[in-house]
Design a binder for this molecule. Structure first.
Ligand code: UDP
Length: 333
């Protein structure tokens, strides 16, 4: 069964392509390679270099007899979204609208969408449930929320079905060590800590030590990218079997502070990583932890890779074996 994977050459998309193959689906990748990596695509996978907004997408969906769409293609940097909102509205909102509309025209009725915990903004309760208030505090989160709402409207009006997955902190890499996280610029904590361990950066800076948490540093819910990928496959199977449209959080349900991440990375790598204590980063909530009970109950999702030492261990394997990521390209997603 053919599944179109938009952004299949990106970090989470490329891991999901492998999960789809393992589950017996045939992934067809749609990527414009503005930020994705050709090197992340397994041999023999049909790959179409095209923007999600292209009117040609309707023909692709029909020609390949696509059963469902997994939609990852997006810009995903919070900081960038606050400096350059237009590319987020253009690429995420307009691009997704065009893709959703192409799917409608082609009669493709199932959508699994890559959403984010950023739709909640500053949390009103911890752990965060899907019913928590939706008050994004940045443009990136707002664009993802708008796309969720668009999918909901299409679902009620046209009868198509979707699952939106609100990711918490995706991290780690495929156990094979062949693919992993490679963003330029890199802004995420775990890859930055590991780059400091490798000597690619002089140190890791901790953003704020005066938060209302046990050790004063921010707490996040880190989820292994392979567990995330598995959830997408379960969601697609659920939709194909007739499941109704749903929104699910995707996190491990465990929170770790920035200091705990650095300590675990020191243990995993055996390297005494240099640390500098700095100011808070604007817009960082102190604690984000998911309630992922709904996806466990409804889809039977069971994260098996999300022990912190495994997340950091798999990421370390990828970084050690690929000190320059997939290469030295600029502007990589
Ligand atoms: N963080 C940090 N130093 C860095 C990058 C991130 O202390 O160089 C902190 C950041 O303030 C947040 C946590 O690490 O509390 C996770 O940040 P990341 O950017 O990885 O993900 P986010 O939670 O922003 O999606």
């Amino acid at each position: 069964m053919n599944i179109l994977v938009s952004g299949g050459a990106g970090y989470i998309g490329s891991h999901t392509v492998r999960a789809l193959l393992k589950a017996g689906f045939t992934p067809i990748i749609l990527d414009n390679f503005s930020r994705g990596h050709r090197e992340s695509i397994p041999d023999g996978i049909t790959t179409i270099e095209m923007d999600i907004a292209s009117p040609e997408v309707v023909n692709i969906l029909q020609r390949y007899n696509i059963k469902g769409v997994m939609h990852f293609a997006a810009h995903s940097q919070v900081g960038e979204s606050m400096m350059n909102p237009s590319i987020y509205y253009e690429n995420n909102v307009v691009g997704s609208y065009k893709l959703i509309e192409s799917a409608r025209k082609a009669g493709v009725n199932h959508f699994v969408f890559s959403s984010t915990a950023a739709v909640y903004g500053e949390p009103k309760e911890v752990p965060i449930k899907e019913t928590s208030p939706l008050t994004p505090t940045n443009v990136y989160g707002r664009t993802k929320l708008i796309i969720e709402e668009m999918l909901s409207d299409y679902s009620s009006i046209y009868g198509s079905t979707y699952v939106a997955l609100r990711y918490f902190n995706a991290a780690g890499a495929d156990e094979s060590g062949l693919i992993g996280e490679d963003h330029t610029p890199e802004t995420h904590l775990i890859p930055l800590v590991l780059e400091a361990a490798m000597g690619k950066r002089p140190h890791i800076t901790v953003f704020g030590t005066d938060y209302n948490t046990p050790d004063g540093t921010c707490i996040r819910d880190y989820i292994h990218v392979s567990d995330l990928a598995e959830a997408h496959v379960l969601a697609m199977n659920y939709l194909i079997k007739g499941g109704e449209s749903r929104v699910f959080n995707l996190g491990s349900g465990n929170g770790f502070s920035v200091k705990e991440i650095i300590e675990t990375a020191k243990t995993v790598t055996g390297i005494d990583i240099p640390v500098v204590y700095g100011e808070r980063r604007a817009g960082d909530p102190s604690t984000l932890i998911a309630s992922s009970e709904a996806i466990k109950d409804v889809l039977g999702w069971n994260p098996t890779h999300s022990e912190l030492s495994q997340i950091i261990g798999d990421a370390w394997k990828w970084h050690e074996e690929h000190p320059n990521g997939f290469g030295n390209k600029k502007d990589i997603h």
